[in-house]
Design a protein around this ligand. Structure first.
Ligand SMILES: [Zn+2]
Length: 429
């Protein structure tokens, strides 16, 4: 049995130089990498060449992150279309197909050129920030079929010096036995699958803290509500950090142990943009996550993830100087513009979370006499409502959405199961 990691998981010794470099140095580094990949991709990827040509730009017109605004955003749906016209990769590949090690297939279907040597450092940075250390014995429960993520995780664990057990998803009982027999101390997978493993282990009569040895968990590919995180951390007596990314472009954010947003890794450029104009937004404003990678195999430039987030620039106590994605607020297609301002489901949830009396809730957007109206409908857990509750919620709406909204209490059962968080009922006649 290999010796297990005994070092302090919160220690900072494992950080790379750039992670704690001054902001200015970081931006200079990213601009330099950006110029390099634009030059390379223009030469080697027909899709990137077409993208620059379509707006009359040459590689030298992109000198810095700000210049990326001049380029159109490529969305997932565009990838599918471009791949149909120009199979298999839509011209996005940056190396000849015979130099690839793997070809991945993601839902869509989207074909992804796999690495020859895996050189993305971001997921490894993510795991180290979440407490993974050399010598950890890890189950990797992400699927090893078709999609790239399990391989990204596998390669990153190897980079750190962890020992990987490639279990893939499913076979819950067997996974429990593996955890016990091999004294596995680290988990990679979705939070919901970790919960399933924990519940099965309890059914099998195990004491999760005594019979199993999980210390750290790296979770991704699903939303992680704080309630689920604390439940899992308590169940297993472990630390769980989450990361965010996509199969196409890899890791775009990772939590450190302070769990106050997701640090942007060193080998990506992440912009938060206005979904309508594609212009970059300052920290604190919600917008679409648009990313650029430095991968020469698959050089996606200005790839629109369709996910919404907010950038935070305040310094993190961990010492990393990268900006952070506050959290994933939802999908761009769930956003509604009300009186010129974007309103997204994450804000609606936030309003509800501030008032414990609210049960089910929904925002209705309407239009009367050429004016947008916004009504927050709520079913209350306990009737009758406290004096002044309506006014309090109205104030919360102003604080969070920066718009005035009406509050309406409705009887239990009014808001249907699975109702849209923001129901846009406007007609434009
Ligand atoms: Zn941090």
């Amino acid at each position: 049995m290999p010796k297990q990691a005994t070092m302090d998981r919160t220690s900072s010794y494992f950080k790379r130089n750039l992670e704690t470099a001054p902001r200015k140095k970081r931006i200079e580094y990213l601009n330099r990498k950006l110029r390099g990949i634009i030059q390379y991709a223009y030469k080697h990827s027909s899709a990137i060449r077409n993208k620059l040509d379509s707006v009359g730009l040459k590689p030298q017109d992109i000198q810095a992150i700000k210049n990326l605004e001049k380029l159109p955003i490529t969305k997932k749906a565009d990838l599918v279309e471009l791949q149909k016209k120009n199979p298999p990769f839509g011209g996005f590949e940056g190396v000849p197909i015979n130099e690839l090690r793997r070809i991945y297939v993601s839902p869509g279907p989207i074909y992804e050129p796999g690495e020859k040597e895996y050189d993305e450092i971001a997921w490894a940075q993510a795991m180290v920030a979440g407490g993974f250390r050399p010598g950890d014995i890890v189950i990797n429960t992400f699927s090893y079929h078709m999609v790239p993520f399990a391989y990204m995780v596998d390669n990153s664990l190897h980079r750190i010096g962890c020992i990987t057990i490639p279990t893939g998803v499913g076979n819950t009982e067997q996974q429990v036995n593996i955890l016990r027999n091999l004294k596995v101390n680290a988990y990679c997978g979705t939070p919901s699958f970790l919960l399933a493993i924990g519940e099965r282990a309890v059914e099998m009569g195990l004491d999760l803290k005594k019979d199993l040895h999980l210390d750290v968990g790296f979770v991704a590919a699903e939303m992680l509500p704080e309630s689920l995180r604390s439940k899992l951390e308590d169940m297993f007596g472990m630390i769980i950090c989450q990361s965010y990314g996509t199969a196409d472009i890899g890791c775009l954010g990772y939590e450190c142990m302070n769990k106050n947003g997701m640090h942007i890794p060193d080998d990506k450029i992440v912009e938060i943009v206005d979904p309508e104009t594609g212009k970059q937004l300052p920290p604190g404003k919600p917008g679409e996550i648009v990313a650029t990678t430095f991968s020469r195999v698959y050089p996606l430039i200005r790839f629109g993830t369709g996910d919404l987030s907010i950038l935070a620039e305040g310094l993190c106590p961990c010492g990393r100087t990268s900006p952070r994605l506050v959290k994933i607020l939802g999908r761009v297609d769930q956003v509604t513009k009300v009186r010129g301002l974007f309103v997204h489901p994450g804000q609606v949830d936030e309003i509800a979370s501030k008032h414990s009396q609210i049960g089910k809730y929904q925002v209705i957007v309407s239009r009367k006499e050429h004016k947008d109206g916004m009504t927050f409908r709520a079913e209350l857990e306990e009737a009758p409502p406290d004096e002044g509750l309506k006014e309090e919620i109205e104030k919360t709406i102003r604080d969070i959405i920066k718009l005035r909204g009406e509050v309406q209490f409705v009887p239990a059962g009014t808001i249907p199961e699975g109702a849209k968080k923001i129901d846009d009922q406007r007609t434009w006649e």
